[in-house]
Design a protein around this ligand. Sequence first.
Ligand SMILES: [Zn+2]
Length: 353
Amino acid sequence: MEFSEFADLPVIDCHAHFKGGVKNIEELVSEGETLIEVIKRGRLRQMYITGEYAGLYLKVKYPGLFYAGGGVPAPYVDGIGRNPVKDWDRYIDELIEVGFDGIGELVSKPAERSRRIPLNSQYYEGFWDKCESAGYAVLCHVADPEEFWDERLIPEWAREKGWGYYHGDFPSKEELYEEMYQILDEHPHLKIVLCHFYFISADLEKAEGFLNQYKNANLDLALGVELMYNISRRRDDWRSFFIKHQDRILFGTDIGVSQTLQEHLDRVWLLRNFLESDEEFYTPETADPLLTRYREPYVGLNLPRHVLEKIYAGNFMRLWGEKPRNVDLERAIAKCEERGEKFIAEALRGLTG
Ligand SMILES: [Zn+2]
């Protein structure tokens, strides 16, 4: 299908990034303009952008089009660094007050044990408690596709990025899941979306068991194109799964892992064509290299309109709110100064008055 043939429904991308982060004011402005083009040409209504205070800049510059995720220290020894958060209550309250809409993407990719801080460790206890009690949604990446633990099966592009977990003291995929099970057990009201379909698309029965056991867990579709590939191999069973769990699945692209406007749009197109059409199709040639080129086709799910409505926007709004929060511009500027992000402070100042 063409973009113009896709359903006329509000679509919110729950998982987008600035490509490679932004390092100066010119990049901030031009990346913002690129994302606006993606919204227009990709027929999106809004985006939830990870990028901390740069995300707040987009919220102020383009009112109503962006939700922004606040950051928390990454779960690695070098991520938590010299200034670990001690008072999570205050930390999260500040993020809410300055105008962030939720947390994340909080990324817990596999790392060697000596480097990792498990998400269920004592350090994060107050974080999960606070997000649950404040009803503050978290976008969270746990683990990776199973083939990354297997030297024979890992795709070349992943190996090149150093995402192979077979030489060294890495936790198993199941161990990473155990950490999340504990968090979910202890926080039954936590609003959480697990990225990339929680990397369980290779095992439908496991996915079914997981969603049945943890009623507050949600899954995003951010590519990881292996999820579309896996789902296509048992297309009819998965189609029933999507209809049954229509309240738990969210549209997301991982734009920003892609680099160019065309690559961003290819991600939007791939997912929309997958959800809406009944076509057999392949990764477009123009798509970014992280989207594996498979020999067998993806097979579209052709989901009913009322299911699309939820996956595209309804579920996101239930978790993150009907509209983006307002930004407290003065406080945001002060925060950027304090964090040494002078160019973002300057860009925000340019938007006052
Ligand atoms: Zn991401």
